[in-house]
Design a protein around this ligand. Structure first.
Ligand code: SF4
Ligand code: SF4
Length: 412
């Protein structure tokens, strides 16, 4: 394989529309996972419903919304607020009759899901993601409440409630050292639970999470983990889809997942305007949503302005925005010059590059090796096996999109 020759997506895109708006209704979380990247998850501050609507109005007034807008309620546990809070916001947004479609998503730890929430999910066709790492022995190693007790039993209650109400949902599982030791248990859990779609996020060095249980792991353990997941996906005969393989297959075929229809949007996290993340008070960042609550020696925090106060054009014209955008762009350029997976990946996740390598201008990370490179290798090998061929050299297609499904947010 040769390195990608395509120029970086940040430089080639003129598209200034926001694709994904991540809103933090509150930083508060009712549990205390030890790998959480949010530093302020004890804060009970909250965004007022009128402010949430105002944020969308301001984006519209700035001409920053295209034909659709995906709104993800996250960066804290969204369900700690009442369902009436979201009902008020969703109704107000619907009453605006914007000339574009809004799709709401919640990424939740699942602990508070009940009948009332399921009614809201149905009423507003909310895309629901539940964080569950696998069976209790693996999940409870890291996902604990504030008293140090495991949360698995309660999450399973939430999942059963969703299933009883026929609410479609997907799972997001963080891959930790425990998961790598027991991949068979992880895949059996998802098959037996009846989850039809799961995405795996490797435990990352990000924000408040200063160490990762997989950081020192041999890559062969990660490869073995994903090989077992691929065997399980095959065994499920279409009942279970694994996001990383779905993205890899889309890339190999040169197509795109249904959640990412834009053919020229290679990697939303490296596009300056595609993803905006707004904290409860209107403080805003761009690129990787994980930057919202992080700080660094180079930039201080990553807040670029306050969307409730500052005109969007002013925020995008600020020296800090330009400095960060330029560093991310350079990292992409280096990826394009050196990495054979660039045509599929588009330059990775800026937050991972920064927190793993200390610079946006860097290239390979544990994250990209794990959830981009390895799944592509496995899917290529699977395709070759199924076709009964063994090409002399693996071929990575052009014009493919890494950010399928729920990936834009490192949902945990
Ligand atoms: S990882 Fe998610 S569920 Fe866990 S403490 Fe952080 S915000 Fe809460
Ligand atoms: S982030 Fe990683 S996989 Fe993606 S292009 Fe860069 S080095 Fe390659």
């Amino acid at each position: 394989m040769s390195a990608g020759t395509t120029s970086c997506s940040t430089r080639e895109s003129d598209d200034r529309t926001v694709k994904l708006l991540v809103l933090q209704p509150t930083p508060f979380c009712n549990i205390d996972c030890d790998y959480c990247y949010l530093a302020n998850r004890l804060s009970t501050k909250k965004m007022q419903p009128a402010q949430a609507v105002d944020i969308v109005d301001r984006l519209v007034a700035s001409g920053a919304v295209g034909s659709d807008l995906s709104m993800v309620w996250h960066a804290g546990e969204p369900l700690v607020l009442a369902s009436s809070y979201y009902e008020e916001i969703f109704s107000a947004l619907a009453a605006r009759r914007y000339p574009f479609t809004i799709r709401h998503s919640f990424q939740t730890n699942g602990m508070l899901i009940n009948d009332e929430w399921c009614n809201l999910f149905h009423k507003w066709s909310v895309n629901v993601g539940v964080s569950v790492d696998g069976p209790a022995s693996i999940h409870d190693a890291h996902r604990k409440d504030r008293k140090g007790n495991g949360t698995h039993a309660k999450v399973m209650e939430g999942i059963r409630t969703l299933q009883r109400h026929s609410v479609p949902f997907h799972a997001i599982a963080v891959v930790t050292a425990e998961s790598l030791l027991h991949p068979e248990e992880v895949i059996d859990f998802f098959l037996e639970t009846g989850v039809d779609r799961v995405g795996f996020n490797i435990e990352e060095l990000e924000g408040a999470n200063k160490s990762s249980s997989v950081a020192g792991e041999n890559v062969s353990n990660v490869r073995r983990f994903f090989e077992v997941m691929a065997e399980g996906e095959e065994r499920s005969q279409g009942k279970l889809t694994i996001r990383e393989f779905e993205n890899a297959r889309g890339a190999i075929k040169g197509s795109h997942t249904q959640d990412c229809p834009s053919p020229d949007l290679r990697n939303e996290q490296t596009l300056p305007y595609a993803i905006l993340t707004v904290a409860w008070d209107g403080a805003m960042t761009a690129f990787s949503p994980e930057l919202i609550d992080a700080s660094s020696k180079d930039y201080g925090d990553f807040i670029l302005g306050n969307i409730l106060r500052d005109p969007l054009a002013e925020i995008f014209a600020s020296p800090k925005f330009k400095q960060i955008a330029s560093a991310i762009d350079l990292g992409c350029k280096r990826c394009a010059e050196t990495c054979q997976y660039f045509s599929v990946c588009g330059g990775g996740a800026p937050s991972n590059k920064y927190f793993e390598n200390g610079s946006f201008e860097s290239t390979e990370t544990v994250y990209c090796r794990s959830v981009i490179q390895i799944p592509i290798d496995i899917m290529l090998a699977q395709a070759e096996r199924q076709l009964g061929i063994a090409p002399p050299e693996k071929s990575i297609p052009q014009n493919s999109n890494r950010n399928g499904g729920d990936r834009p947010v490192h949902a945990v």
